[in-house]
Design a protein around this ligand. Structure first.
Ligand code: SAH
Ligand code: DHB
Ligand code: MG
Length: 225
């Protein structure tokens, strides 16, 4: 007989794994609570996904990371923790209030010198980075407004180099990947980005489905050829 559970079993498993294996430090816990206190939506990546981002940054030997969609800086802190001492991370956030909370969290994590939070619509910030002749990014995490996902993927190629790692969050979106009617606002951007990832000869990618505290979703991982 299965006992009544107030949370799905996969969330209980995620919580167990977070405690036993992932082990986020106090600066990461603070990033989550500060976001709740500030009334921001709880849409940061799950801790096991954040840890994966950190490990991917480290495994790829990345020195320059670009993030699109900062929120309170939870994924930012994870990725910055994977960088070497002289590493750099630029993160793009549309809402000044989110950027402010993230800035404080990144500073409190002792990562202030590595991280630049740029406020504005990411498409403008990406264009500005190109205009400034920014050095190529080694690792790019796309996690903002889903409508622009295909544009962000194109920018990732432009601001990356052959060998750049690209990760895109939320590409399964409770199954809306196969049924845009489930979310007419966000699904089309997710579908075009995943289609582009498969078709564009400059990218070599895959998608991993996930379940847990963030529901049924998935992330795409691609290499710029
Ligand atoms: N990566 C974060 C979560 C990001 S949530 C984490 O895992 O911790 C998505 C964020 O993208 C929100 O803060 C939202 O304000 C921001 N955003 C939405 N549209 C944007 C745009 N056009 N440009 C930049 N940021 C945007
Ligand atoms: C949501 C989740 C995300 O991971 C994100 O980047 C944006 C929104 C959501 O569940 O609404
Ligand atoms: Mg996300």
């Amino acid at each position: 007989m299965i006992e009544h559970q107030s949370t799905p079993r996969w969330t209980a498993v995620e919580n167990f794994l977070t405690e036993v294996v992932v082990r986020p430090d106090s600066s990461l816990d603070r990033a989550v609570t500060s976001a709740l206190e500030a009334g921001m939506p709880p849409i940061e990546v799950a801790p096991n996904a954040g840890k994966l981002l950190k490990l991917l940054v480290r495994l790829s030997g990345s020195r320059r990371v670009l993030e699109i969609g900062t929120l309170a800086g939870f994924s930012t802190i994870w990725m910055a923790q994977g960088l070497p001492d002289d590493g750099q991370l630029v993160t793009c956030e549309y809402l000044p209030r989110h950027a402010e909370v993230a800035r404080a969290n990144v500073d409190a994590a002792g990562l202030g010198a590595k991280v630049e939070v740029r406020v504005g619509a990411a498409l403008d910030t990406l264009q500005a980075l190109e205009n400034e002749g920014a050095a190529p990014f080694d690792f790019i995490f796309i996690d903002a407004d889903k409508e622009n996902n295909a544009h962000y993927l194109d920018w990732a190629i432009r601001l990356g180099r052959p060998g750049t790692t690209v990760v895109m969050d939320n590409v399964v979106w409770e199954g809306a990947l196969l049924d845009a009617d489930l979310d007419p606002e966000n699904a089309p951007g997710i579908i075009s980005a995943v289609t582009l990832m498969g078709e564009d000869p400059r990218l070599d990618g895959t998608v991993i489905q996930t379940v847990g505290s963030k529901g049924w979703d998935g992330f795409a991982l691609a290499l710029v050829r």
